[in-house]
Design a protein around this ligand. Structure first.
Ligand SMILES: Cc1cc2nc3c(=O)[nH]c(=O)nc-3n(C[C@H](O)[C@H](O)[C@H](O)COP(=O)(O)O)c2cc1C
Length: 208
């Protein structure tokens, strides 16, 4: 292994998005229509997905009032659709800190060029193009310690997977076939080739 001997530099980056998967959260607006928003502060803990949301976004507002959500996982090829959603908010009027950068858009699916598909256990729709969709209920929505964000614990109720991603005859997603879309310091990436597997993996390595 290469050994780095250079000293690290102390820096003050404006953001700390060190490379996490992008999810598209569909939630229900007060008038029954659907909102759709990209988020990358998402991670799984057993059957719970923890989400970090801006406190003044429509997604957080919806989840406080109507806790159902679909956590849709786009693939790398969907990055341009995700980016079409990036300057939009379903919050009307646009909150002061977003004015000039974001615009209000009530029809996010159409704006992104993505298709709604009814969910089975929750009211917000799935995103048909996303290969993995998690229907979930927000069991807890609470402010973070700065009051700038909401921390959401979403309990996953049902998982939908493109059959091409499922190891035949099992309940496993094939990690050699699935690739998340990664948000890496505000740039989009896919995964590189597999490096190895955890001792707890229940699926085979892509390359023996
Ligand atoms: C790839 C990507 C990842 C993002 N991740 C987050 C995030 O984790 N949390 C968050 O609050 N906003 C995140 N945003 C910004 C929201 O998408 C943005 O605030 C949006 O206006 C929220 O929409 P809403 O107000 O309709 O909920 C992200 C944006 C992009 C494009």
């Amino acid at each position: 292994m290469e050994i780095h001997t250079a000293e690290h530099q102390v820096i003050t980056p404006s953001i700390l998005y060190f490379g996490t998967p992008v999810v598209l959260l569909s939630t229900e607006n007060g008038d029954g229509t659907a909102n759709l928003a990209p988020m990358s502060s998402a991670w799984a803990l057993g059957q719970t997905v923890v989400l970090g949301l801006g406190a003044h976004g429509q997604t957080g507002r919806n989840l406080l009032a109507r806790p159902e959500v679909v956590i849709n996982l786009p693939a790398p090829e969907h990055w341009a659709a995700v980016e079409r959603l990036a300057p939009l908010t379903g919050y009307d009027p646009v909150p002061p800190h977003k004015r000039g950068t974001f615009r209000y858009e009530p029809a996010k699916f159409g704006a992104a060029g993505l298709s709604p598909l009814p969910a089975e256990l929750v009211r917000p729709p799935r995103v048909a193009e996303c290969p993995i969709q998690l229907e979930a209920r927000a069991a807890d929505v609470r402010p973070d310690s700065t009051d700038a964000f909401l921390i959401v614990e979403a309990h996953v109720l049902r998982v939908h997977a493109d059959p091409r991603l499922v190891v035949p005859g099992t309940q496993h997603v094939d990690p050699a076939r699935w690739s998340p879309l990664i948000y890496n310091f505000r740039h989009y990436f896919g995964l590189g080739p597999e490096l190895g597997r955890s001792f707890r993996s229940e699926t085979r390595a892509a390359r023996a």
